[in-house]
Write a protein that binds this ligand. Structure first.
Ligand SMILES: Cc1cc2nc3c(=O)[nH]c(=O)nc-3n(C[C@H](O)[C@H](O)[C@H](O)COP(=O)(O)OP(=O)(O)OC[C@H]3O[C@@H](n4cnc5c(N)ncnc54)[C@H](O)[C@@H]3O)c2cc1C
Ligand SMILES: NC(=O)c1ccc[n+]([C@@H]2O[C@H](COP(=O)([O-])OP(=O)(O)OC[C@H]3O[C@@H](n4cnc5c(N)ncnc54)[C@H](OP(=O)(O)O)[C@@H]3O)[C@@H](O)[C@H]2O)c1
Ligand code: HEM
Length: 470
């Protein structure tokens, strides 16, 4: 790598064209990687360093000078130095006057300082045009090729000409610059790389809590209860039987939780008679993480399907079938074929397969490459209409699975019903509320509200009156 860096030749170098010079302050990991990439893309690079003579790791075609000498060579300076070391710039205020100063820095914690690094830099060197950029690109990505890494470069700054120069450089490097406006956006841009799956946190915690709850619930019913009453060791159920209850129950509950906030939002809108009032914060956040909730639910549904596929090869299942057969042979008596049981069994499996198919379809349409090819109406048709159909099918799959045992008192253990009955509470509630919302008179009101109509016309009248008084 070092050798390649040292031998770096511009990919687009044209000897007849005068090369634009970019100055990079700092010869650390990021400065070196960025310098190498910029050189490759046809610019000439001048590094500014505290020790210009210690430059063995830098590309040989780049010049290495002291900070003040390097600054004089270019009108654009990329500052690849940590914020804590910005003090040395105060000695260079004159030479930096009118130059474009690109701040690439990140912090260790979100909102570590009262102001963003870029705004701090602008205060430190008031004569320079500070632009925030490149902080979302890693030195590793620049070295190993940006094909398999994030290519988005968020750019902000108060001087549009300066911003445009940085945007041009980013584009030449094969990156995707995105203008985020003025320097006040720097704080947000600096926080991006520090966030750890913010939208995934609630779905993960929620699914973990549901898994833990239902796991212990099933352990009490299916392991501890038989042990207490029949001294039966059912601990083998911990491996497949119980996970194959916990995972589909979690999937179904999460799927219902994807569609519950939309229903609550609709009820709020109908109740308030307007769409122009903000939803409470928790509902806003819930609505924003529905995609992640749905994808986590899909992951659990996948697990359920895989666990279900192995049911026929389980020792316990084969043993039970063999035993039933032997018992019947010995008793010289077979169980008559029950058409209703066959119907129930085939129906619930079929409903599960159809539900899973639509579930996967929802997952596929949420891929950016697919969602970019459909329009808003098509996306909503799949996500909202087919999404509710998925919920209906998965709920029906579970209801029919309960079949004749459903709500049968003999299935209670220590007064605890089967876990799948608990799993049906939220989905059934969501579906009932949704069916109420699509009753024509309510649906009509909701549609009008979403088109801007407000029930409480008193406000608008008094507002109008107020206006005319003025
Ligand atoms: C596997 C999977 C993948 C998913 N992927 C995605 C994804 O990529 N992106 C995504 O967003 N969701 C995704 N979801 C979540 C979910 O499918 C969508 O959010 C879906 O649109 C929710 O439908 P809804 O009818 O409940 O809500 P919405 O259609 O969003 O409507 C909910 C509420 O929004 C408000 N509203 C809707 N229309 C209007 C309007 N015209 N004017 C004013 N207010 C309005 C109303 O308050 C309404 O009640 C995914 C779910 C799953 C299971
Ligand atoms: N590494 C990444 O992947 C990455 C990604 C995005 C953003 N960034 C940002 O880029 C900046 C540099 O990161 P880096 O990883 O390249 O850090 P680094 O390896 O520590 O390099 C920092 C450089 O700053 C210079 N410097 C100037 N004054 C200094 C002082 N007083 N003490 C120490 N160094 C001083 C040094 O260069 P000289 O010795 O030549 O003077 C040093 O090599 C940081 O702001 C970082 O947040 C880094
Ligand atoms: C290919 C698709 C599917 C098949 C073949 C399938 C099959 C099954 C089977 C065989 C059972 C009984 C398991 C047992 O006896 O232990 C079951 C139960 C269940 N399934 Fe599915 N299923 C599918 C998809 C889904 C989906 C998509 C969901 C919901 C998101 C779901 C939710 C449930 C639930 C909640 C139970 C009850 C769990 C319990 O308490 O035992 N299934 N399914």
């Amino acid at each position: 790598m070092e050798k390649t860096c040292a031998d770096a030749l511009p990919l687009t170098m044209n000897s007849s064209e005068k090369q634009e010079t970019v100055c990079i302050f700092g010869t650390g990991d990021f400065g070196r990687s960025l310098g190498f990439k910029i050189l490759q893309c046809g610019y000439s690079v001048v590094f500014g360093s505290r020790n210009p003579e210690m430059s063995s790791l830098l590309p040989s075609s780049a010049e290495v000078l002291s900070y003040s000498e390097a600054a004089q060579k270019s009108d654009i300076i990329i500052l690849t130095v940590h914020r804590e070391h910005y003090d040395f710039l105060t000695e260079l205020i004159e030479v930096l006057n009118g130059k474009i100063l690109v701040d690439v820095s990140n912090n260790l914690k979100i909102n570590q300082y009262p102001e963003s690094n870029a705004e701090y830099l602008a205060q430190l060197v008031p004569g320079a045009h500070v632009v925030k950029a490149f902080n979302t690109i890693s030195a590793w990505a620049l070295q190993s090729g940006i094909m398999d890494a994030n290519r988005q470069v968020f750019v902000c700054g108060n001087n549009s000409r300066a911003k445009q120069r940085v945007v041009d450089i980013a584009r030449t490097l094969g990156l995707t610059p995105l203008d985020q406006g003025s320097l006040t956006a720097a704080n947000e841009i600096e926080n991006y790389p520090l966030q750890l799956f913010p939208m995934w946190r609630v779905p993960f915690y929620l699914s973990a809590a549901l898994c833990v709850f239902f796991f212990f619930y099933c352990v009490i019913r299916e392991v501890i209860y038989p042990y207490v009453y029949e001294k039966e060791d059912s601990t083998f159920r911990l491996a497949i039987s119980i996970p194959n209850r916990v995972f589909p129950i979690t999937a179904l509950t999460l799927l219902a939780l994807v569609y519950l906030p939309g229903v609550i939002a609709a009820i709020l809108q109908v109740y308030r008679g307007t769409k122009y009032r903000r939803f409470p914060g928790w509902l806003d956040h819930w609505m924003l993480c529905r995609k992640q909730l749905g994808l986590v639910a899909l992951g659990f549904a996948f697990l359920h399907v895989i666990y279900t596929l192995v049911i026929p090869i389980r020792y316990y299942v084969r043993w039970r079938i063999r035993n039933i057969t032997i018992t019947q042979v010995m008793a010289k008596k077979d169980n008559p074929f029950s058409t209703s049981s066959a119907w129930l069994s085939d129906s619930y499996v079929s409903l599960g397969i159809l539900g899973f198919f639509l579930f996967v379809l929802l997952g596929i349409t949420s891929l950016p490459s697919v969602s970019n090819t459909v329009n808003w109406r098509e996306f909503r048709f799949v996500q909202s209409k087919l999404g509710f159909l998925t919920l209906i099918l998965c709920t029906a799959h579970t209801l029919v699975y309960g079949g004749k045992r459903f709500l049968n008192p003999s299935s209670l253990r220590w007064y605890l019903p089967s876990a799948y009955i608990l799993a049906l509470v939220i989905p059934c509630t969501v579906l009932v509320m949704k069916f109420i919302l699509i009753v024509p008179c309510i649906d009509k009101t909701l549609t009008r509200i979403r088109q801007g109509w407000e029930r409480n016309s008193k406000y608008s009248k008094s507002a109008l009156k107020g206006k005319s008084d003025i």
